[in-house]
Write a protein that binds this ligand. Sequence first.
Ligand SMILES: [Zn+2]
Length: 231
Amino acid sequence: MKSTPVTANGHQLTRLGLVNCYLVREADGFTLIDANLSNSADDILAAARTLGAPIRRILLTHAHVDHVGSVDALLAKLGPTLIEFTSNARTLPLLQKPPDKSLLPYESKEEIRGGLPGIDARPTRLLTEGERYGSLLCIETPGHIPGHLAFLDERDGTLYAGDALGSVGNLTVSGYPPWFFPNVGTWSKATAVASAKKLLEFPIARFACGHGAVNPGGVPALRAAIAKTTA
Ligand SMILES: [Zn+2]
């Protein structure tokens, strides 16, 4: 697994050149954002050891297979050294085996797509919009899937965007991928664009996405990505 520094506070871990998760440093150890594909637990633990701190929290952006694959294995291996496993209420039915893909009355009526394998563990804490989780501000960013969360590290302006945005090549809004990286997993493109527009309000310096290299373009890059959704 490739380990690339994002800032002094964050590290990107990449599997197969394409699937990212992140270690974000807090005073007591790391918060792991997403858990990559299955069979990544040992590599993630080794990366944290190399960086010199234990993983204290696991935090999910959403329930897709490439973000929850190693949750159960990590929880088993971390045992009591882990403080919390965190998601949000809207994601819970999508983490079930099998997932409950029912839509809420106010949600766009497209079908929820992408691999949802479910996990055995239940989150021990649920976050809500605008809540601060350590150094991370929680921002609801539905569109790729209902309940999707992004996290802004207010120390350095890094947005851990999950799949709300993509950075394989230029920054893109979920559902509007580059031709060479077709994204088949997005639920509602219109909802994804609305979430991207909402992100314009935040002091974002760089984008650390679920797929692709970190994009350092800040809010101008986000504006360009949104402009492409109406082209
Ligand atoms: Zn993904």
